[in-house]
Design a protein around this ligand. Structure first.
Ligand SMILES: *[C@@H]1O[C@H](CO)[C@@H](O)[C@H](O)[C@H]1NC(C)=O
Length: 424
């Protein structure tokens, strides 16, 4: 009851509760058969939200080492230079051809990260907006080629995690501690829900916030829980009436074990809620130190938690990469744990031949990438499915679905297996 009382602060949740009593929690009808068909997809990373490691050239070309994220990209260079670089990037990084290629690869979803600054730039915020027409184009391209779209709010005012991929790399993220920030984010989710209200057959999922920093403690988690209640109302009831949308609400686990969320927004009281979890094995010393076999068995070990959770679980980010070697992966100007170039890291080995162009990858490394890819996809399909991070990267082929297809460690048909018993 505490959570319901807290939830009452949102008018849309009031509507939701009213609807529950009127309609008896009627089931919704998503435009993809979640739960019976597997989600297989890619993220369109580094497009509408810049990431230094995905497009290092955009950052290197500025000649300014202080430009480390999209905020500083707009802050520390001539505005018209920044504007035209962004425009050129939006026009070319992803085009309709990518949607054709993604559909041809047997995938059924794209997840499209977008930042709050596409919708709302506050005073004192240097961000350049102009991304929304591209989000609209992406939805049209997805429609043309039979793909479903997950609209993913990847950066919130104040930053929800301080990561460069939230738009603003900061040591003290302030989304959760500032009610103005949260209210601005609620308004953006309402805007997204109404923007695609007539395209629920393509925009089948809205993910209201990527990777809030639950590891920062209970204050973040309580803000996140309240925000998930608000978001449910904003996404499920976009008509201003008790009529429900068919859009799936994709929560993120906030880096908590799935068990932390046991019973949270479960049916029948809540309809069409799924949980997003991100599985990476390179952001700690322990993980980069694993052998290839250990990486594979660690991936396989997720099977039971994914299959037994009480909501559909989509592994919304993961990668066949097993190291943090990709240039700028840990942030521009930050080295890698793997080769000991990050301050305080214990060197595991050389990054040479493990990142960059696949032309430098050995046959045995490519075999490992295939095995690790199969171990992960087959495991994550014991949940509701998977969305690889990411479709393309300038110079980190180990992360690129496109490069994996081209170089053979990702099959042309994602259900095809060379190692059907990789998880034993
Ligand atoms: C809260 O965030 C808003 C921007 O969303 C900012 O203008 C305001 O100064 C912040 N308040 C505090 C107390 O930091």
């Amino acid at each position: 009851m505490v959570s319901l009382r807290a939830a009452l602060s949102s008018t849309s949740v009031l509507l939701a509760l009213l609807a529950h009593s009127v309609l008896g929690d009627s089931p919704i009808h998503p435009s993809f058969p979640y739960g019976s068909s597997k989600v297989r997809g890619v993220n369109l990373g580094g497009w509408l939200v810049l990431e230094p490691w995905i497009t290092p050239s955009l950052f290197d070309n500025t000649g300014n080492n202080g430009i480390v994220d999209e905020w500083t990209f707009a802050q520390f260079q001539d505005r018209s230079t920044a504007q035209s670089a962004l425009q050129q990037h939006w026009d070319t990084w992803i085009t309709e051809q990518d949607f054709i290629d993604i559909a041809a690869a047997g995938l059924n979803h794209v997840r499209v990260p977008i930042g709050y600054w596409a919708f709302d730039v506050g005073s004192g915020e240097p961000y350049i907006s102009g991304q929304l027409p591209y989000l609209q184009k992406a939805v049209g391209w997805a429609r043309n080629h039979g793909l479903k779209v997950i609209v993913d709010l990847h950066g919130a005012p104040g930053s929800q995690n301080g990561f460069d991929n939230s738009g603003h790399r900061v040591s003290t993220p302030q989304w959760h501690s500032n009610q103005t920030n949260i209210q601005r984010t609620d308004a953006i989710i309402k805007t997204i829900a109404s923007m695609f209200i007539n395209e629920q057959d393509v925009v089948s999922v809205i993910a209201p916030l990527n990777e809030p920093a639950g590891f920062d403690g209970p204050n973040v988690l309580s803000a996140v829980r309240q925000y998930w209640y608000d978001s449910y109302g904003n996404i499920r009831f976009p008509y201003g009436t008790t009529e429900q949308s068919n859009t799936l609400v994709l929560l993120h686990d906030a880096f908590q074990p799935l068990s932390y969320w046991d019973g949270f927004q479960t049916p029948p009281a809540w309809q069409g809620v799924a949980m997003d979890t991100h599985i990476y094995q390179m952001f700690s010393q322990d993980e980069v130190s694993r052998t290839n076999a250990q990486h594979i068995s660690a991936a396989c070990a997720y099977a039971s938690s994914l299959s037994s959770f009480d909501l559909w679980v989509i592994v919304g980010e993961w990668t066949p990469a097993a190291t943090d070697c990709a240039k700028y992966l840990n942030g521009r100007g930050v080295g890698a744990r793997y080769d000991g170039t990050m301050a305080g890291a214990d060197r595991v080995g050389s990054c040479s031949g493990l990142t960059g162009s696949a032309s430098g990858f050995s046959a045995s490394y490519k075999t490992f990438l295939r095995q690790y890819w199969e171990a992960q996809t087959s495991t994550y399909e014991q949940g509701a499915g998977w969305i690889q991070w990411t479709w393309k990267a300038e110079n980190a082929d180990e992360w690129s679905y496109q490069a994996g297809l081209k170089n053979g460690w990702i099959p042309q048909d994602p259900t095809q297996r060379q190692y059907p018993n990789i998880c034993g």
